[in-house]
Ligand binder design. Structure first.
Ligand code: FPP
Length: 255
């Protein structure tokens, strides 16, 4: 399945129907490199250019939230060389881009666990989050040591502690209160989730938040993801009818 085979020509997305939040599973870096006989890390390095293009695309089209799946709770199972290469790449990229993020009014937010990340990376994340906290053009959410199940488990544990301590009543537990315990508090649910490299699965990404998201799976490896691919995904999204579980034809007007 692919949405990436047609050229968009001179089409542009309808500014009145832009997704507020786009989330991306940046897949295919390793395969992109291996196909060329290169180390997998070269795919990740090239992937950073695609991150820059996509951030620019969000600024150009007026997407206000972008979430990128940079490292999953399962990615620790990769080789030590790849894991430490990725941690170093994230650190150098964050360091190199911080000024430019700030100048462009980009707010950085990192979701996921921090207790297993290198301490210098955590310090850099905290510095970047504090420095950019009042920026408003785009919120860039980076999912790092992130897994949807892990996030929900941590939320349930924190919620249970608040119930035990008497800060919350069992009767108050509902969808809205659970959402306040998730890492994505204050981030709207994604309208559109894009996954590259033609793999069609959700891989533990935003399990709670993507309940009603539209999904676009694209037959392109992440390092080759261009502004044109981004545009195709936005156009595909804009061509869909979002029903949130109800059938508009059968809707009974309230009132
Ligand atoms: C998935 O491809 C990609 C990753 C696990 C890492 C992606 C990280 C970056 C591009 C760096 C991003 C930097 C910032 C600041 C957000 P894969 O290795 O699973 O590819 P494969 O499926 O071909 O093996």
């Amino acid at each position: 399945m692919s949405d990436s085979s047609t050229s968009t020509g001179t089409l542009s997305p309808d500014p009145a129907h832009m997704p507020l939040h786009v989330a991306i599973i940046m897949d295919g870096n390793g395969r992109w490199a291996q196909k060329r006989g290169w180390e997998r890390m070269r795919g990740h390095q090239k992937g950073v250019d695609a991150v820059r293009r996509t951030v620019q695309g969000c600024m150009d089209y007026g997407v206000r939230y972008l979430t990128l799946y940079a490292f999953s709770t399962e990615n620790w199972k990769r080789s030590t060389a790849e894991v430490s290469g990725l941690m170093l790449l994230l650190k150098t990229t964050l360091k190199a881009e911080l000024e430019s993020f700030h100048k462009n009014s980009i707010r950085l937010k990192v979701i996921g666990r921090r207790d297993r990340l290198p301490q210098d990376l955590v310090a850099l994340i905290e510095e970047a989050e504090i420095k950019t906290k009042d920026n408003t053009a785009l919120t860039l959410v980076v999912a790092l040591d992130y897994g949807g199940r892990d996030e929900i488990a941590r939320a349930v544990s924190n919620l249970a502690q608040d119930v035990l301590a008497g800060r919350m009543a069992c009767g108050d537990i509902g969808e809205a209160s659970i959402a306040r315990y998730l890492d994505t508090v204050e981030v709207p649910d994604p309208d559109l989730v894009i996954r590259t490299s033609d793999v069609v699965r959700v891989s533990n990404f935003l399990l709670w938040q993507a309940a009603y998201s539209e999904f676009v799976f694209m037959d392109v490896c992440w390092p080759d993801f261009s502004k044109e691919h981004f545009l195709q995904a936005l156009l595909s999204y804009q061509g869909r009818e979002r029903r949130f579980g109800h059938d508009k034809a059968q809707d009974v007007p309230h009132g």
